[in-house]
Write a protein that binds this ligand. Structure first.
Ligand code: NAP
Length: 266
């Protein structure tokens, strides 16, 4: 592996796995994907994999130095704001180039009734005015924000069991996307859902619920994303990430072979 550029992918998303698959096939690169370790049975990416937190920005900076990382691609979920912030601090501290891969936001179209809010508590505050049977698709954490809504019924969907406290009238549905419009429409109908709550995760894997909600005229509460840390370059897809990396590791002189992305002290 010596001589190969070492790329750290902060993962936990389909994009991160797709990126790892492409980069790991390049013998000029050494690819390590990092997973938080939250999901019991994660889908493992190609290349090397490490699991678990780094111990804040200092821990991540230490890891980057110790493992001689040449670049970091933050391909975490748009709502994983802490690790993205940590990556920005750590990468700047050890002068390692950082890119954020963020899938585009969802955009409301004709026929959609969206209520955009800044947080889960704001979403909870809106719900009693919108419906009585809620499809909650904001993941396994943060459901405490809805726990006081005992007048409403919830269908809460997540990959792993949600963290308590939950609203008293909650049915948990353990499932992992991608989902189809047909299946989402049937689910909304079967449970007589009259309001949907989602994060603005973006991407196609979980977008079918929005189409189903539009067709059934179900209002949607959309929680806005946290911002990408200032000064960090952003691309919307794997193609953009590969173009960024190619420019970074391109040979300075054609035919001279790969050169390190940037000189720095370690
Ligand atoms: P978070 O709030 O941004 O991060 C909390 C802590 O978890 C971080 O400080 C870090 O611990 C650790 N961590 C997070 N992502 C990591 C990674 N890829 N590798 C190593 N450590 C990581 O993140 P979260 O919202 O809990 O999400 C955790 C992971 O699940 C993310 O990697 C994300 O891509 C994935 N995910 C999140 C969501 C979501 O809705 N939030 C949805 C789907 C997938 P240390 O400070 O100790 O380094």
């Amino acid at each position: 592996m010596s001589g190969a550029h070492h790329i750290l992918i902060l993962g936990g998303t389909a994009e991160a796995r797709a990126l790892a698959a492409q980069l790991a096939a390049d013998p000029a690169l050494r690819v390590t994907s990092s997973l938080a370790g939250r999901v019991a049975q994660p889908r493992l990416p190609a290349g090397e994999v490490r699991v678990g937190g780094f111990g804040g920005p200092e821990g991540l900076a230490h890891w980057l130095r110790e493992h001689k990382a040449d670049a970091v691609i933050d391909a975490t979920h748009p709502f994983a704001g802490t690790i993205s912030f940590n990556a920005a601090v750590a990468a700047a501290g050890v002068h390692v180039p950082l890119l954020a891969l963020r899938r585009p936001r969802w955009v409301a179209g004709p026929g959609d009734t969206w209520h955009c809010v800044g947080s889960l508590p704001e979403a909870a505050a809106l719900l009693p005015g919108l419906g009585e049977r809620v499809f909650l698709t904001t993941g396994r954490t943060g459901l405490a924000a809805f726990a006081g809504l005992d007048g409403l019924w919830f269908l809460a969907r997540s990959v792993d069991p949600p963290e308590p406290p939950l609203p008293p009238r909650t049915q948990v549905l353990l499932d992992r996307g991608p989902f189809t419009v047909e299946a989402e429409t049937e689910l909304l109908r079967r449970h007589r859902i009259d309001v949907l709550v989602t994060k603005d995760s973006g991407g196609p894997a979980t977008a079918a619920k929005l189409t189903a909600a539009r067709e059934l005229r179900v209002p949607v509460v959309v929680v806005r994303r946290p911002p990408v840390p200032g000064g960090v370059a952003v691309v919307p897809d794997v193609k953009g990430a590969i173009a960024w990396l190619t420019a970074l590791v391109a040979p300075a002189v054609p035919g001279a072979g790969p050169t390190p992305p940037r000189s720095r002290s370690r």
